[in-house]
Design a protein. Structure first.
Length: 268
């Protein structure tokens, strides 16, 4: 039976506080478009980013990190080797890792790799609705843009989570997070989040940071999503457009009150 969990009761504020207190090391194998954005978001949140993607070093770092992000945005042969080494090391060390299957569906190499990685037990799979549909065998979206909303793929997300013993976090106007039984929806955020490069990719890294301090992957994913979305609302209120929003988002991630994240995230 699927249950809908009320967001504030999940203890989101405590997860935010623990990330800030413990500064977990987050190993990011991510795409070249967003590396700087992702690192800055983690730093603003109080975490410690590291970007290493060579096979010779990625496995070493993943084994000692608090969390690992695998983002398939701009795959290279070197990065594919690094991903394999990092995921293997994370599994051996019990390090939670997040799969972000960017733009899968149409592009064959990343689509096949995403399917293989799904079988290696990520703690969380984070993507937009079209990416999650493609992971289940659907057509996917238009590059990184989704052609569907999270609720359109709610059943697919629950099924993927159950079959692969993972948590699926679907980003959109109302984010959906599920482990196949529990379902959490985050009703916060702002449209400017889609006008700045790398916000979704950075969310995957923030999920990894929260998973580093919280064993319940549903709670970790919900906390990261709520944190970013509430910070985005505050940043948008202080911005005149995408450029000022990008800077203000970092400021608000660092300054937003943890209790406010829990009370303002909303659920439905």
């Amino acid at each position: 039976m699927t249950t809908t969990a009320p967001t504030p009761a999940l203890g989101l504020a405590d997860v935010v506080d623990r990330v800030r207190a413990h500064a977990p090391l987050v190993h990011c194998i991510t795409n070249s478009v967003v590396t700087n954005v992702t690192a800055n978001v983690l730093l603003a949140a109080g975490a410690s980013p590291a970007m290493v993607d060579t096979a010779e070093e990625a496995g070493v770092l993943a084994g000692v990190a608090g969390g690992l992000l695998v983002n398939l945005g701009t795959l290279t042969p070197v990065q594919i080797g690094g991903i394999d080494a990092a995921v293997g090391a994370a599994a051996r060390a019990g390090v939670p890792w997040v799969l972000d299957p960017v733009a899968i569906g149409v592009l064959p190499v990343r689509t096949a790799l995403a399917g293989e990685l799904l079988g290696r037990r990520p703690a969380v799979v984070r993507g937009n609705a079209s990416e999650i549909a493609a992971l289940a065998g659907g057509a996917g979206g238009r590059g990184v843009d989704s052609l569907a909303a999270p609720d359109d793929v709610a059943d697919i997300a629950r099924d993927l989570a159950r079959r692969h013993t993972t948590v699926v976090a679907v980003s959109g106007p109302r984010d959906l997070i599920t482990d196949g039984d529990r379902v959490v929806r985050i009703a916060a955020g702002h449209s400017l989040m889609t006008r700045v490069t790398g916000v979704g990719c950075a969310l995957g890294a923030l999920v990894a940071a929260c998973a580093a301090v919280e064993d319940d992957a549903v709670l970790a994913a919900a906390a990261a999503t709520a944190w970013l979305c509430v910070a985005a609302e505050e940043a948008a209120a202080a911005s005149s457009g995408p450029g000022t929003f990008a800077v203000a988002l970092l400021d608000r991630l660092a300054a937003v009150d943890a209790g406010s994240v829990a009370t303002r995230a909303g659920s439905a």
